[in-house]
Write a protein that binds this ligand. Structure first.
Ligand SMILES: [Zn+2]
Length: 490
């Protein structure tokens, strides 16, 4: 049996300036994909699963191309067309496969193509014909029926932080192989809700409660899969929003569709519980000061590179400096290649006058003019320890600056703080601080929830603010909650 593995994964924030091009993507081609085995990512999980299955059944893995990028602006048309053409031509060149697994995000937007995944799935279907094609998706997918129509099974990441991407990809592999062996084909049906969900963790609160309800409903329905996409609200496309998707065999259709309907109605009924507290930087710092014990993690959710924001915002850092938190506080990290480069040039022990952050746009705050002591330097090459465990991450040259006794880490490449590594690399033990600041919406929880005495969200002005009403919507004609309280779901 031969199984093709391929995918393009991008979370497109259409409110970002700039366009996402070939240079922004990292790629694994052919046999290079096999090296991701063991990484807790979608591609690592799919390859791992194929290797495991190949010990039980005669299975040839046909790795084609995986292309992923940091969340950012709309993808350049030519970049997407080149990736797609490469996938299709490699598929044609490798000869017939028995099934295929697509590794997708679900919120990809290309110049002139609002639904990247729908377009790609249709092209792959046209090339492969009637073989089982299953797919794994990110929790933040804006799913469409156009995507689902081309697929025989949809497996959406369940957790936020996304600690289960590899498990869902493995399920997509298992389902595709099973459909080959049983000669059956799954069907996928999407129920879309007119609901924009602010970023919501599944590690506690309403997100966790609803995930448990979803898993119970799936078990009860006995179908291939029942998934819930939170959707990605920072995308101006007609199909933006939360959804529920059921994958089932024909004889499971009634139970699966009923389960999806009930769960969607339940989500809609409880929607007000998803509205989070929105605190300014100053309010977040004040609330952290009231906590009896540290470390208190303050996460600046609104300037999250993992949602397309620049990561060089200064709103929270300015509030911390003005509060004179000094040696009780550390922050890792702001993205500013210029400042990190200057620190590397000057060397450990130097004192610099720099303009830090606030260089990408006018939304994320003004640059901070500071005098900084260079305490430590690092090349920024780390291995992820919690979410994406085992995968490499390259933050570029990093520097630990000391400003008015506060430890501030600056990195060179856009990314979010997933775990404690960006602190530890520069010699910072977060357990010794009361205030631990970082930029991330929820993925950081995988590496901090177990040590934080409290977690406080700073919702400063930014491209990932919880205040969804600030984003103009030109492409959707639907009324969308919570921007429009008149929105209705039947
Ligand atoms: Zn996501």
């Amino acid at each position: 049996m031969r199984i093709a593995i391929t995918g393009i994964s991008h979370e497109t924030n259409t409110y970002c300036g700039g366009i996402t091009t070939r240079e922004d993507f990292y790629t694994y081609r052919g046999k290079d994909m096999l090296a991701t085995a063991g990484q807790e990512s979608d591609v690592g999980g799919a390859i791992d699963a194929c290797i495991r299955w190949s010990k039980e059944i005669p299975l040839e893995i046909v790795p084609i191309l995986y292309a992923g990028a940091q969340p950012s602006g709309v993808i350049q048309r030519q970049t997407y067309e080149d990736f797609k053409a490469e996938i299709l031509s490699e598929m044609a060149a490798t000869g017939p496969v028995d099934c295929c697994v697509l590794l997708l995000h679900g919120a990809g937007v290309v110049e002139g193509i609002a639904d990247l995944e729908g377009d790609l799935a249709a092209a792959v279907r046209a090339t492969l014909g009637d073989v089982p094609i299953t797919a794994s998706f990110d929790l933040h997918a804006n799913l469409t029926q156009a995507m689902a129509d081309q697929l025989n099974g949809i497996f959406v990441c369940q957790q936020y932080p996304h600690i289960d991407l590899h498990q869902r990809a493995a399920e997509a592999v298992a389902a595709a192989l099973n459909m080959v062996q049983t000669k059956r084909r799954g069907i996928c049906r999407v129920t879309s809700l007119p609901m924009l969900m602010p970023t919501t963790t599944t590690f506690e609160g309403i997100g966790q409660t609803m995930l448990q309800a979803l898993l119970a409903a799936e078990e009860n329905a006995g179908c291939i899969n029942l998934s819930w996409c939170h959707g990605f609200p920072y995308t101006d496309v007609a199909h933006v929003g939360a959804s529920v998707v059921a994958s089932y065999y024909p004889e499971q259709a009634v139970a699966a569709q009923e389960a999806a309907k009930q769960f969607a109605a339940n989500l809609w009924r409880r929607r007000q519980e998803f509205i989070p507290l929105s605190l300014s930087g100053e309010q977040a710092v004040a609330l952290a000061a009231e906590q009896p014990q540290g470390p208190v993690v303050i996460h600046e959710t609104s300037d999250n590179c993992g949602g397309g924001a620049p990561g060089d915002g200064t709103h929270l850092l300015r509030a911390m400096l003005e509060a004179k938190l000094g040696a009780a506080a550390c922050f890792s990290f702001l993205v500013d290649a210029e400042v990190a480069g200057a620190a590397h040039q000057a060397g450990v022990g130097a004192t610099l006058r720099v303009s830090l952050g606030g260089k990408t746009d006018d939304l994320h705050g003004d640059s901070l003019n500071i005098v900084a002591y260079v305490k430590a330097l690092h090349d920024g090459r780390l291995i992820m320890q919690h979410m994406f465990r085992g995968a490499p991450i390259n933050l570029g040259p990093m520097a630990r600056l000391v400003v008015e006794d506060m430890d501030i880490v600056v990195a060179s490449r856009r990314n979010q703080t997933f775990d404690q590594e960006p602190f530890l690399a520069l010699g910072i033990d977060v357990m010794k601080y009361h205030y631990v600041a970082l930029k991330s919406s929820n993925h950081f929880r995988a590496g901090f929830q177990h040590i934080a005495k409290a977690i406080i969200t700073a919702d400063t002005p930014g491209l990932n603010t919880h205040r969804l009403e600030v984003f103009p919507r030109q492409t959707t004609t639907r009324r969308l909650w919570p921007v429009d309280e008149q929105a209705q779901f039947n």
